[in-house]
Ligand binder design. Structure first.
Ligand SMILES: C[S@@+](CC[C@H](N)C(=O)[O-])C[C@H]1O[C@@H](n2cnc3c(N)ncnc32)[C@H](O)[C@@H]1O
Length: 260
């Protein structure tokens, strides 16, 4: 049990339903999804293969499909089986709201041990995932290993590192004070990320860009209607231009890794 308490995703099917509504156009694209798609579109060559690690319901494919000028193929992997089921449902046949230009592949997979060969995708991206993991070293190595040209990551990177746990209700703690269930919202320092990534095999360059690529008006819409009920979906708001989730100021950052 110890060490597994952060693995809460499979206990929250509700989140998969939100992904599904995004993937099918019932909910708008996320600002991060649009920002990722515009960066990938600039990096891509015709016919590139793209891997989305921690793809949830595959909803970033909607933005990629709208934004990419050149043809591409897309594979999404996620550790949560229910999310992958919802992704397949959203994009199978004609159910994709946008009418897709590529035939996506969705599979369950663990970022700590990806089931893909070395250098098997031109571009690998991983958005809003690393902050929630208990460690990033193995996941970063895996993302770099399976990519041929670029890895694009969106996560929390600041000057100072913090380990943050969002304790899940009902609050329960063991005798050591550790919560029984929680989600991490970890912030890594740029210097740690840079020094770890730059010595991974095949890495040519790593760069960091604070994510200011969002329309504040589209952040913080807290409710939308599903099944006649208002459903809270987004606890993020903007304070002094920074995205704040609950009490946590989030230094969102794009990390771009270029391979040799
Ligand atoms: C906050 S969601 C982000 C989903 C999507 N990328 C987005 O930005 O909306 C985190 C995702 O990471 C997935 N995840 C958590 N641990 C994982 C792991 N070890 N390997 C692969 N995916 C994982 C979860 O199932 C969830 O879909």
């Amino acid at each position: 049990m110890k060490g597994e308490k952060w693995k809460t995703w499979d206990k929250t099917p509700k989140y998969g339903d939100v992904f599904y509504d995004r993937a099918t156009g019932k909910m708008p694209e996320m600002e991060s999804s649009k920002a990722v798609a515009s960066r990938i579109s600039r990096l891509a060559s015709a016919g590139d293969s793209i891997l989305d690690v921690g793809c949830g319901g595959g909803h970033y494919l909607v933005s990629l499909d709208k934004t990419m000028v050149k043809p591409f193929s897309y594979t999404g992997v996620d550790a949560t089986e229910y999310y992958i089921e919802k992704a397949k449902e959203a994009f199978s046949g004609k159910s994709a709201a946008t009418g897709l230009r590529c035939e996506p592949v969705f599979d369950t997979g663990d970022i700590f041990n990806l089931q893909h060969d070395d250098n098997s995708f031109d571009i690998v991206f991983c958005s809003n995932v690393l902050l929630h993991l208990p460690s990033v070293t193995r996941p970063l190595s895996e993302l770099v290993r399976v990519s041929r040209r670029y890895v694009l990551i969106r996560t929390l990177v600041g000057n100072e590192p913090f380990r943050i746990m969002h304790v899940i209700s009902p609050e329960e703690y063991n005798e050591d004070g550790d919560p029984e269930k929680f989600n991490y919202f970890n912030i890594y320092s740029e210097s740690f990320m840079r020094s770890f990534i730059s010595v991974l095999p095949g890495v040519k360059n790593v760069s960091f860009e604070p994510d200011n690529d969002f329309n504040p008006d589209n952040i913080g819409s807290t409710e939308y209607v599903r099944g006649g009920k208002e459903v809270p979906v987004n606890l993020t708001r903007i304070i002094n231009g920074m995205q704040v989730n609950n009490y946590i100021i989030e230094p969102w950052c794009f990390v771009l890794i270029e391979k040799k």
